[in-house]
Ligand binder design. Structure first.
Ligand SMILES: *[C@@H]1O[C@H](CO)[C@@H](O)[C@H](O)[C@H]1NC(C)=O
Ligand SMILES: *[C@@H]1O[C@H](CO)[C@@H](O)[C@H](O)[C@H]1NC(C)=O
Ligand SMILES: *[C@@H]1O[C@H](CO)[C@@H](O)[C@H](O)[C@H]1NC(C)=O
Ligand SMILES: *[C@@H]1O[C@H](CO)[C@@H](O)[C@H](O)[C@H]1NC(C)=O
Ligand SMILES: *[C@@H]1O[C@H](CO)[C@@H](O)[C@H](O)[C@H]1NC(C)=O
Ligand SMILES: *[C@@H]1O[C@H](CO)[C@@H](O)[C@H](O)[C@H]1NC(C)=O
Ligand SMILES: *[C@@H]1O[C@H](CO)[C@@H](O)[C@H](O)[C@H]1NC(C)=O
Ligand SMILES: *[C@@H]1O[C@H](CO)[C@@H](O)[C@H](O)[C@H]1NC(C)=O
Ligand SMILES: *[C@@H]1O[C@H](CO)[C@@H](O)[C@H](O)[C@H]1NC(C)=O
Length: 285
């Protein structure tokens, strides 16, 4: 009886510890609220989620091993309080807080392909720029460099790429040259569909200058230099690569300000574990 019980207990503890899960912490260091969007791209099936992050807020998000997906930030969203429908000024992905389509351009994207031995991650500006994003791995083995953007391309965007809010005049994004001019040269298509021929352009170089650790055009092969296998990732919006308000402590990222996500999750885990134990005890005795 005791033996059975402790075996069950061990299995439960293993399950509850999320042995096969990787943990993402998203934090908003911007001066405005943002609405992060997450889409899972596994096996062609589209699964989208989203939520609001107020200034300084962080959110905990757990993904299974082998997860592939994209994370970005939406700005200027307005969702109806009653029926939940609405749109965002940048990064819009459907008509509600949970995404039903990929983000509209221009949008800076954090890309992940996770596996047991090796994770690929990168911040891509191939579809343009709307917010600075930094990816910081935690608890990793290998060459786990920090990826992403320190600068804000909205402040140094070439006039022919700039996207403004027409009523306020505020710059809300910077288009990629491929999106703006739709030419084979900028999009690395047709005769340019070759990493030897499709080289950096003035436009992609101006992105690279502000965001040296992000991909600036289709064949900007940053991904190959990352050989990291990490357990947790921080996705920080509007942080600099050296300075996020979150640090890796123990086995998780801890953010200075509200980390309600962490609390909520650990509470729900404890509650679930307790409930399971109670039901097993009832079953056994
Ligand atoms: C992810 O978070 C859960 C809950 O806090 C924790 O039990 C688990 O060990 C974490 N996973 C990793 C790989 O750190
Ligand atoms: C913490 O977050 C709240 C909103 O969640 C914000 O009002 C406050 O200014 C933040 N504090 C710091 C120190 O960033
Ligand atoms: C939601 O409500 C807004 C305003 O109350 C309305 O304009 C919109 O059509 C509604 N959308 C749906 C899908 O019901
Ligand atoms: C432009 O900015 C104004 C004021 O900030 C805002 O109310 C409006 O929704 C914005 N326009 C779009 C298309 O998002
Ligand atoms: C969005 O998705 C989350 C998680 O799947 C769910 O809990 C939430 O209720 C959804 N929100 C809306 C407005 O559909
Ligand atoms: C790790 O990757 C960086 C580029 O991201 C490179 O500069 C550095 O030399 C690599 N370090 C090792 C030990 O391979
Ligand atoms: C702003 O104005 C430009 C030029 O008139 C137009 O092409 C663009 O669609 C407008 N943007 C929005 C968000 O309305
Ligand atoms: C790109 O650079 C070349 C040479 O430096 C210059 O002549 C050209 O005007 C630049 N084009 C743009 C769009 O900035
Ligand atoms: C980040 O740190 C590196 C090396 O410590 C330094 O070279 C770089 O200038 C720093 N970047 C910023 C934005 O502070």
């Amino acid at each position: 009886m005791t033996c059975n019980f402790s075996l069950l207990f061990c299995i439960l503890v293993l399950l509850a510890s999320g042995a096969n899960a990787k943990n993402f912490t998203l934090v908003n260091q911007c001066k405005e609220p943002i609405w992060p969007a997450i889409i899972n791209e596994k096996s062609g099936k589209f699964h989208g989620e989203g939520f609001k992050l107020d200034i300084g807020q962080s959110h905990f998000y757990s993904v299974p091993d082998g997860w592939s997906g994209r994370i970005w930030g939406r700005t200027g969203c307005d969702f109806d309080a009653k029926n939940g429908s609405g749109t965002c000024q940048t990064g819009n992905c459907g008509t509600s807080i949970n995404c039903t389509s990929p983000g509209s351009l221009p949008v800076s994207i954090a890309e992940f392909t996770l596996s047991e031995n090796l994770d690929y991650y990168d911040v891509s500006l191939v579809d343009g720029f709307n917010l600075p994003i930094v990816i910081k791995p935690g608890g990793g083995k290998g060459n786990c460099s920090v990826a992403g953007c320190d600068g804000d391309l909205r402040q140094s965007c070439s006039p022919d790429l700039v996207v403004k809010n027409n009523s306020s005049g505020k710059v809300v994004g910077c288009r990629s040259a491929c999106d703006a001019f739709n030419s084979d040269e900028y999009c690395c298509r047709g005769t340019y569909q070759d990493p030897v021929i499709c080289l950096p352009t003035n436009y992609s170089k101006s992105f690279k200058q502000v965001c040296p650790a992000a991909s600036s055009y289709a064949y900007d092969d940053r991904v190959s230099i990352i050989t990291c296998s990490a357990s947790n990732y921080l996705v920080a919006f509007c942080a600099s690569r050296n300075n996020t308000i979150c640090s890796y402590q123990g086995d998780k990222f801890v953010c200075n300000n509200a980390s309600e996500g962490f609390k909520a999750l650990s509470q729900s885990w404890s509650l679930m574990l307790a409930l399971l134990l109670v039901s097993i005890l009832q079953f056994l005795f």
